[in-house]
Design a protein around this ligand. Structure first.
Ligand code: AMP
Length: 409
């Protein structure tokens, strides 16, 4: 079953795409009757030879969206593979190989998957037998390049699948190293569940005038997210967070901190009183991050403490709350952070903790989103150990304009 990216049935059929009879037969055999929306939009552009940047999640038929054109564009066997597909995990690599095999039914196409966690010798032997399409995780592909067991001189197509996830788990340097080794001109196809600014940067650097296929019907709508700022003294933030978690009982929640150490410290403190807490940031080994993300996707982890770099690419439907525990350094990050909730048409809440000296960054965020974020005063919770004077916000603004640090203490 494929999950449609939007409700409209695409009017274009596989038979309208100029596909070969062999491909149409393979599709019929796979029981793919109609292209999914991402396929309807992506395949014609890719067949035209253009670079395509596609927004699509697993389950939307994204593998066939790039697999069909790749197979259709294959030339008779060359010395090395003609296309390389980079994917974040071993599991996804294997899935892609399976799907490509299904799509190449009726032709002599050799496909090789290469990933860590399996002896490299077997994969080397497979590569030596001659392959048309190679699918691999960036680390293992680099390993082959260093051993000179993978020849990239014949590559004309490269696919970056789940680009956001690859960046999340820290593959950027490896991806770039592979991309720099590929011959030009070539076609670059990029697929990503979210087109974050990191993904965009990668696209601009390595793609040539990419067409963007953006099925934004299920994009997070910022309008759907209730946003509040909560005034709080720095030394009361943990208490405020615990109070909110008890009060709101979020289905799933991401809490953003500014630093990795801050994330670790906060997670440790929360674990003492809150169940289902975990943390994710760039210093953790990939295996740990994968495990944490799996736990979050499957729902065992309900409160995830994250830093911006890792957290903002997270695409999990159950997220009901985003807490900006530390105000983001860059107002743009605020948008990335709160976009983790309100997905797939669901409502979300985003809280922004604002310290007495943070009137300015709050205003910078409001300017960026072009709206005033209302204050939320939490009943039964004092924003500072002792508050006095008119509104806390007024105090903050005066404090920051006068350079006073902790006016509400
Ligand atoms: P993917 O998003 O690539 O992980 O694909 C999700 C599932 O949908 C896979 O099991 C595919 O085999 C299947 N699929 C892909 N395209 C179609 C289609 N046009 N019609 C029916 N099933 C499809």
């Amino acid at each position: 079953m494929i999950r449609r990216a939007h409700d409209e049935e695409p009017t274009i059929g596989f038979q309208d795409m100029g596909l070969s009879r062999t491909m149409l037969k393979a599709l019929a055999e796979a029981r793919y009757k109609r292209p999914s929306p991402i396929q309807a939009a992506f395949i014609p552009e890719a067949l035209d030879g253009r670079d395509v940047l596609g927004q699509a999640r697993t389950g939307t038929g994204k593998t066939a969206a790039f697999g069909i054109p790749l197979i259709e564009m294959l030339e008779p066997r060359t010395r090395g593979p003609q296309a390389i597909i980079l994917a974040p995990t071993r599991e996804l690599t294997q899935q892609i190989v399976g799907e490509l095999k299904k799509l190449s039914l009726g032709r002599d196409v050799s496909i090789c998957g290469t990933f860590g966690g399996e002896p490299i010798e077997r994969q080397i032997r497979a590569l030596q037998r001659g392959v048309d399409l190679v699918v691999g995780t960036p680390g293992r592909v680099l390993d082959h390049l260093e051993r000179r067991t993978l020849y990239l001189g014949d590559i004309v197509h490269v696919v970056l699948d789940e680009a956001d996830r690859m960046l999340d788990i820290g593959f950027r340097p490896d991806i770039e190293r592979v991309l720099r080794k590929l011959p030009e001109p070539r076609q670059t196809l990029l697929l990503s569940a979210t087109i974050s600014s990191d993904v965009r940067k990668l696209a601009y650097r390595y793609m040539y005038q990419p067409v963007e296929v953006n099925l934004s019907a299920d994009e997070p709508s910022v309008e759907r997210i209730a946003q509040y700022y909560i005034p709080v003294a720095h030394d009361r933030k943990i208490e405020l967070l615990q109070h909110l978690l008890r009060r709101d009982r979020p289905r799933q929640c991401i809490i953003f901190t500014r630093t990795k150490r801050g994330a670790d410290r906060l997670a440790e403190r929360l674990k003492r009183t809150v169940p289902g807490v975990s943390t994710i940031h760039g210093d953790l080994p990939q295996s740990t991050r994968d495990k944490v993300m799996r736990g979050f996707r499957e729902g065992q982890v309900t409160v995830l403490v994250a830093t911006d770099v890792v957290g903002r690419g997270i695409d999990v439907e159950g997220i009901s709350h985003v807490v900006n525990y530390d105000i983001p350094d860059d107002p743009e990050n605020y948008l990335h952070r709160i976009g983790r909730t309100g997905r797939m048409g669901k409502d979300g809440v985003a809280y922004l903790f604002v310290g007495p000296d943070q009137g300015e960054p709050l205003t910078a965020i409001e300017n960026l989103i072009n709206k005033v974020i209302p204050a939320h005063h939490v009943e039964g919770f004092a924003p500072a150990r002792e508050t006095r004077g008119p509104s806390v916000r007024e105090l903050y603004n005066t404090a920051s304009s006068q350079g006073l640090d902790m006016a509400v203490r």
